[in-house]
Design a protein around this ligand. Structure first.
Ligand SMILES: C[S@@+](CC[C@H](N)C(=O)[O-])C[C@H]1O[C@@H](n2cnc3c(N)ncnc32)[C@H](O)[C@@H]1O
Length: 222
């Protein structure tokens, strides 16, 4: 299994940081869905700068923030303190995810899960299942094999995983790429409530990079 490597947030450019300071569109839907299901205990798995911890905190969830980057955790803590949001903070690796069994009603894992290899992803999915309560849900994203990064000649870690070779916060961070059949296999222990593939367009001088991600809402049913 490849060694985990978090983001180096210190080198994220200011204009790019704004992306990571505003909650994703999906998270507003999830706040409403998870409130209506009376979910309380929320894990922001790979919280980054904390944009979702802030949103769920403002909506009275009990917040746990987890990231492998101590810098990410201290920035999230600073922001939560500023907004008077109480939260628990943990620096750690999702390969271990050292929370007790059945700790959470809901987990958000946005743009995080792909930062490992095939063996790692299986272990992390097992950890998510372990810390989620029966009936609890997890929303997660996975890089898709349709995306440009998978079609590059970046070094292969295994059949599904490459090392990202773009200068920046993700340099040499492993990226796991999935397709529909692999997702069905990986999440066979869960109910897949919803699955879709989203394309983000990034214009670059004379071309447009297309970034494909699977979005999954899964439920622990037993
Ligand atoms: C692209 S950022 C997304 C942050 C946040 N989820 C959001 O949507 O704003 C990915 C985050 O995952 C963290 N991360 C990567 N690998 C990890 C691991 N093995 N365990 C915990 N966190 C990890 C990185 O340090 C980084 O903060």
């Amino acid at each position: 299994m490849i060694k985990s490597q978090g983001w180096d947030w210190k080198i994220v450019k200011e204009d790019f940081k704004s992306v990571w300071k505003n909650p994703s569109m999906e998270s507003f839907y999830l706040v409403n869905r998870w409130k209506s299901l009376n979910f309380k205990d929320f894990l922001d798995l790979g919280c980054g700068l904390g944009r979702h911890s802030i949103l769920f905190g403002k909506n009275n969830f009990n917040i746990s923030c987890f990231d492998i980057s101590s810098d990410a955790i201290s920035r999230t803590k600073e922001w939560c303190n500023e907004k008077k949001i109480n939260a628990n903070y943990k620096v750690g690796d999702m390969l271990e995810l050292d929370y007790p069994d059945n700790s959470f009603d809901c987990i958000l894992c946005m743009n995080v899960l792909s930062h490992t290899d095939t063996e790692g992803i299986k272990r992390i999915i097992g950890n998510i299942r372990r810390v989620l309560r029966v009936g609890g849900e997890c929303y997660l994203t996975l890089c898709s094999k349709d995306t440009w990064g998978y079609k590059t000649d970046w070094p292969n870690v295994d059949n599904n995983t490459k090392l990202m070779m773009v200068e920046g916060p993700e340099y040499k961070v492993p990226h796991f790429y999935a397709d529909y059949n692999l997702i069905q296999e990986l999440f066979s222990n869960f109910e897949i409530v919803n699955i879709h593939q989203k394309v983000d367009y990034f214009p670059k001088e004379d071309k447009v990079n297309e970034s494909y991600h699977y979005h999954l809402l899964i439920k622990k049913i037993d």
